[in-house]
Ligand binder design. Sequence first.
Ligand SMILES: Cc1cc2nc3c(=O)[nH]c(=O)nc-3n(C[C@H](O)[C@H](O)[C@H](O)COP(=O)(O)OP(=O)(O)OC[C@H]3O[C@@H](n4cnc5c(N)ncnc54)[C@H](O)[C@@H]3O)c2cc1C
Length: 492
Amino acid sequence: MGFGLCIFNKVIQKISEADMKRALGQLKRKLPGRVQADLATREYASVDNLRISILPDAVIQVKKAEEVGVVLKLANRYGVPVTARGAGSSATGSAVPVSSGWVLDLSLLKSIKLNQYSKIVSVEPGVLTDVLQTKMARYGLFYPPDPSSKKYSTIGGNIACNAGGMHCVKYGVTRDYVLGLEGYLANGAFVEWGLPLKKFVSGLNLRDLWIGSEGTLGIVTKAHLKLIPLPEKRWMGMFAFKNEKSALSCVSRILKAGILPSLCEFLDRQSVDCAERFTGRTIFKGASNVSLLIIELDGTSEALRQQKKALLEITESRALDFTEAKTEKASEAILKVRRLCSQSMYSIADTKLNEDVVVPIERQYDLIRYTLELRKEIGLATPTFGHAGDGNLHVHIMYNRSSANERKRAKKGILKLMKFVVSLGGSITGEHGIGLAKAPFMKLQHSKEAIEAMQSVKNALDPKGILNPGKIFHPFEVWDYTTVDKKMPWDH
Ligand SMILES: Cc1cc2nc3c(=O)[nH]c(=O)nc-3n(C[C@H](O)[C@H](O)[C@H](O)COP(=O)(O)OP(=O)(O)OC[C@H]3O[C@@H](n4cnc5c(N)ncnc54)[C@H](O)[C@@H]3O)c2cc1C
């Protein structure tokens, strides 16, 4: 913990202890009852799903959007670091208050207002993704972005990370549904980027700069989101393949044929093995040591019939076998297997590097082949699953944190993996963002000039560097940090 602080003190203007005390005292007077500085609350806000813990000085649980402006005005005056927090499910450490200071907890801002004429819903940032989806479904409307964490993650966090999910292959990511944002600049000024309108092209598009900026450019207090009609019907099948090559070449074939699944998830044999160890049962009945595809189609009855026919013609000669979900419950059971993959990996080692890389669709097997080569070279498991319809695969390198030797090999593996991904024309992250964990790889992905341009934007919008300092641009070697054993709400 001390190590982290000594690096990140340099990131923002240093604030004296006396000023910190003064700022906190003023904050408590301006927002009575909102500021918590007890150890339990600070510990809760110190960590996200990366599980690196750095204590903030205080946590502010705002109950009205205007209170965000009050917090930021004071923070800006004194130079106090402010890290926004939704549910803390970030996979990269982006919600960890790495420079201490204040955590701004937005999870209590939960209003939802639907305009039934425009089908635009205006929501506060603390609304949970799943709650929004479920509520809108009652009106026959669909908000598609669905990170696997959707039961826990907030819309504010989804916007700040530009979250993806399983339905992105057909419906796109969070950015594709954000029509307008309201929020506060680092200096506490209220701003609107767009309105609850279908069209808005006035001025520079700072809305899109905020989306995916991980709380480093401003704080979202309202989002106007586009909704689409709920698909009439769905169909889901799980397909077993003898190896990863036949599974992934089948995905390329399906997409090339013009079939657009609403979900296309891939599991390599290592991931299936982890899920089997974890659940104690065979995942695909009657077939062991297989790679899997989970494919969902949706649309009208007629469209579904035609797509299913075309799909089964392609899979017939390629898959060993398939099983279809006859009910919603059966579909949910299939997806549950996919969702528990992540957690099940802890049955082989206690720590993982979780990389959500993206490669061109037709190069996905090249990536898998490389993970298998790496596995041999570094002697650590590399289970991989993910959104094969988008080329967005989650490669994991599993190691035991108490072993310096395994940590060293994991580091070697991750550096090689990222170089390989970029050499394929890929991206170091497709949905989790940079946070702390991906910061060492920024230079692989972006030129010096591109990084400097990004930093100029940051400096223009947050000249004192108070918003989420220490993230994206500052080297952080995650494998040098001890992660904490903390049960999170999404842990099974
Ligand atoms: C089990 C599991 C599965 C996951 N699956 C997926 C997946 O399929 N796809 C995917 O994309 N991600 C996935 N994630 C990662 C994570 O859930 C997403 O990044 C999610 O968007 C984070 O939301 P949150 O509310 O937890 O945000 P937090 O973790 O609290 O914060 C994330 C970032 O957003 C900033 N932030 C939060 N609220 C605001 C706000 N109102 N204004 C400005 N900045 C803000 C924070 O400062 C931080 O930088 C998964 C995580 C877990 C644990």
